[in-house]
Design a protein around this ligand. Structure first.
Ligand code: NAP
Length: 542
């Protein structure tokens, strides 16, 4: 039993000093607060939302749920926590994950150090004092020795700049900023732009409610059925009895989650064996479909075996051949994120759903009662943007972050983000990023890798305290070598082959650079070595 939650923090006062400030109260910010408080640091978390949860606070669209198994998408720092919490479904819904977030905030009494409804607008490093001057949207300025950006990888919504956007008469929504009270689409004609993960989850539910749904698709998406179901209590008991071994095994997996990675090449087995393996994974319903063979994300021919398997499935599910044809993805499978779906392709068999391909002729403009593709007009009452995010750098770009010599982070990253381990960037002492570009982040089971980052940062700050060091800063040469390594690893794979948000390709004008680091185990080992060698690649000063 947890007691009633404590009240959230009162507003920070002008000039108030903290040992550390944390930006964002998602999974990263909450655990960072817990760790920093345990070190005895006076810490304040600032959160733009009115509650904790980050991604799970904002993304309340119909069907929002995690596509990593709930039993693995949960904190592991407290065995009591992981034993006492009971997930109800294989893949948890957004409301259930948000309940878990509240439970964590209650259990570890995090509320008194979180200030909600407050955006950090600027953070400037004061070289003379060796402190960060942090400005809030309330106008208040405070200072802190350490600044941790727990701002999330997918938190800055992208609404494409389509002409006439302001002219639409009806309500518009972005999946990442969904109204808390929900939306009733009954009897409504609805248009939705986008067919990524958020669209895939919401389209079947919107279609079931709306009078008509028109889906505007630029790039068809590969999806594998989620086969979500209530968790079997016997399975839960078994996992809970073996949590430490399961978690330890996951740290050896390429994505930090047990996808039963097979070690053979797709070329090493017969066509029948390949088919059997793909079918088995299709029936299991996991993102581990892409772990069926060792080279699916490396070898184009191997990848095409998997792609063609899914395309055949789409043709067999969707009854109208013309619609099925439009839904067939052509790109490499996995270079845009593979999705898990529940009745996504089936939804296009409904008489009230229309699919419009905008790949050749883009959306020309939004009109007061719909939108136009070329000269063809489509009318609807409500418009949903399922158009994704300015990923990995978007939330940081919104804050005026300035390091040594007044250098703006945005300026430093003009040609693409540069970090050492995705944790720090040269010229910005005592500033840390959780799941920053250059770390596995979005190519991993986010919750464990968030914990790994937070643990590394907290241990690092603890080290500075015990060794009486005031500042830590990434060295440029270590950063350069790391950036080269991140690119080199990505270049050995098929990931950079399509216009994905991993590359920043979804945002006009954003530099194209592959942002996440591929490979959890070597990354974790590198972080461990860096710390064990007295923070190799960083400059420490007293
Ligand atoms: P997304 O994957 O970036 O999808 C955005 C969609 O909008 C794409 O289909 C994109 O087409 C389309 N789009 C953007 N601008 C457009 C324009 N001007 N005209 C037509 N179409 C346009 O975004 P998301 O679905 O929100 O997902 C983002 C990430 O969040 C996912 O990849 C995943 O990592 C995470 N996520 C996870 C879950 C889960 O755990 N189940 C659920 C939701 C999201 P193009 O592909 O052609 O650019």
């Amino acid at each position: 039993m947890t007691s009633a939650p404590s009240p959230a923090a009162a507003a920070a006062q002008p000039g108030e000093t903290f040992d550390a400030i944390v930006v964002g109260a998602g999974f990263a910010g909450l655990y960072m607060l817990h760790r920093l408080r345990a070190l005895g640091l006076r810490t304040r978390v600032f959160e733009a939302g009115s509650g904790p949860g980050g991604t799970w606070y904002w993304n309340r669209y119909p069907g929002a749920r995690c596509d990593v198994p709930s039993m693995e998408y949960s904190y592991q720092f407290s065995d009591e926590l992981q034993q006492e919490w009971n997930w109800s479904e294989r893949y948890a819904t957004q409301p259930e994950i948000l309940r878990y977030v509240h439970h964590v905030a209650d259990r570890f009494d995090l509320w008194p150090d979180i200030q909600f409804d407050t955006r950090v607008t600027a953070a400037h490093f004061d070289e003379a004092r060796g402190r960060w001057i942090v400005r809030l949207d309330t106008g208040t300025e405070i200072t802190a020795r350490f600044c941790v950006m727990a701002t999330g990888c997918l938190s800055s919504a992208n609404i494409p700049d389509i002409p006439g956007r302001e002219d639409f008469r009806g309500p518009t929504y972005h999946t990442g900023h969904w109204p808390h009270e929900g939306v009733d689409f009954t009897g409504q004609r609805v248009g939705i732009i986008g067919t990524g993960s958020s669209a895939l989850q919401s389209i079947p539910l919107i279609a079931a409610q709306a009078a008509h749904l028109t889906v505007f698709q630029r790039t068809p998406t590969y999806a594998v059925p989620a086969r979500n179901a209530p968790l079997d209590p016997a399975d839960v008991a078994r996992i809970k009895a073996h949590y430490p071994e399961i978690r330890a095994r996951n740290w050896q997996e390429p994505f930090g989650v047990d996808f039963h990675q097979r070690s053979e090449s797709a070329h090493a087995v017969s066509a029948e064996e390949r088919e059997r393996e793909f079918e088995k994974r299709w029936q299991e319903g996991t993102l581990g479909f892409l772990a069926a063979f060792s080279d699916l994300l490396i070898d184009p021919q191997a990848n095409d075996y998997a792609a063609e398997f899914i395309r055949r499935k789409i043709r067999s599910i969707v009854k109208d051949p013309a619609t099925a044809g439009k839904l067939l993805p052509k790109q490499v499978v996995g270079c845009k994120r593979l999705c898990l779906d529940t009745q996504y392709y089936e939804t296009f068999n409904r008489p009230n759903v229309t699919l419009v391909d905008v790949s050749e002729t883009p959306i020309a403009c939004i009109t007061p009662d719909g939108l136009k593709v070329g000269d063809t007009g489509y009318t609807f009452d409500r418009l949903v943007f399922a158009t994704g995010f300015d990923a990995m750098t978007g939330a940081l770009d919104k804050i005026d972050i300035r390091g040594r010599g007044g250098l703006a982070l945005k300026e430093k990253w003009r040609a693409g983000p540069r970090t050492y381990l995705g944790l720090a960037t040269a010229g910005f002492p005592n500033l840390f990023t959780v799941s920053g570009p250059g770390s596995p982040s979005v190519l991993s089971n986010m919750l464990p890798t968030i914990e790994q980052h937070v643990n590394w940062i907290a241990d690092c700050i603890g080290y500075l305290e015990t060794h009486r060091q005031r500042l830590i800063e990434a060295r440029t040469e270590a950063e350069d070598a790391w950036v080269d390594h991140v690119n080199e690893v990505a270049g050995m794979t098929l990931y950079p082959r399509c216009n994905s948000w991993y590359l920043g390709a979804n945002i006009p004008g954003k530099p194209r650079i592959f942002m996440p680091y591929i490979g959890v185990p070597p990354y974790v080992e590198k972080c461990r070595q860096v710390a064990a060698n007295g923070y190799e690649g960083f400059a420490l000063s007293a």
